[in-house]
Design a binder for this molecule. Structure first.
Ligand SMILES: Nc1ncnc2c1ncn2[C@@H]1O[C@H](COP(=O)(O)OP(=O)(O)OP(=O)(O)O)[C@@H](O)[C@H]1O
Length: 210
């Protein structure tokens, strides 16, 4: 949709394993373009990940307690039996900041249906499966590559429900594309907010004969 919308934006990043979702999240937060919302997971932290920043790492018991309490409003299970859950704050629009989150495609659809925010979906992928395989091997995940790549095929079908598909073959081009998309969407939101403010200011209206 192209019309103006003043609701605070929520950017959702998805894509196959190794495509560059984490790379995109780091780039956007380091540039202070967006504030990342950490989701909940029961998997172990990776070496470069900071608890509370990248994810809230919790035990399976804590995960389901948070779900029962409504703190986690939807969840999914991926690859090696890890649970990933979305915090309820993604649904509320009280915080005017633009937010960023990584979700799987079903998470995007649920958030889009239920959130008070304007949800912008960005699907990240590579041109070739070979490139993904290569990255997973470099990251020491060669053993899981077949399973992760199988899921890639399903995920590509989901790309159609996103607002943008960005190809991450060349890192610098990818960063340029990301920044263009995010800045354009932020400008769009800012414009809508200004229009709302104009309408609510006590502007003297034009009188007949002016
Ligand atoms: N354009 C690129 N060229 C080469 N390597 C890249 C590029 N973008 C990211 N990488 C590397 O590929 C690997 C996977 O990237 P990243 O962790 O961002 O993917 P991901 O989509 O978050 O994967 P996962 O879902 O498995 O966590 C990382 O080692 C990253 O440094």
């Amino acid at each position: 949709m192209t019309h103006l919308d003043a609701r605070p934006p929520l950017f959702v990043i998805s894509g196959p394993s190794g495509a560059g979702k984490g790379t995109a999240l780091r780039f956007l937060t380091e540039r202070s373009l967006l504030r990342r919302v950490p989701t909940y997971t029961t998997r172990e932290p990776r070496e470069h990940e900071t608890p509370g920043v990248d994810y809230n790492f919790v035990t399976e018991g804590e995960f389901f307690r948070l779900h029962d309490e409504g703190v986690i409003f939807e969840y999914t299970r991926t690859y090696a039996a890890g649970y990933y859950g979305s915090p309820k704050c993604l649904l509320t629009g009280d915080d005017p900041d633009a937010l960023l989150v990584e979700l799987d495609p079903s998470g995007l659809v649920r958030v889009r249906t239920a959130s008070q925010r304007r949800v912008i979906g960005i699907f990240v992928t590579t041109s070739s499966e070979e490139e993904l395989r290569h990255r997973l091997l470099l990251r020491g995940q060669g053993g899981e590559a077949a399973q992760r790549l199988r899921i890639r095929t399903d995920q590509l079908t989901w790309a159609w429900v996103y607002d943008y598909v960005l190809v991450n073959d060349d890192r610098e081009c990818f960063f340029d594309d990301l920044e263009i998309v995010v800045r354009a969407e932020l400008i769009k939101n800012e414009g809508a907010r200004r229009m709302l403010d104009l309408k609510t200011e006590s502007n003297p209206t034009l009188q007949e004969g002016d």
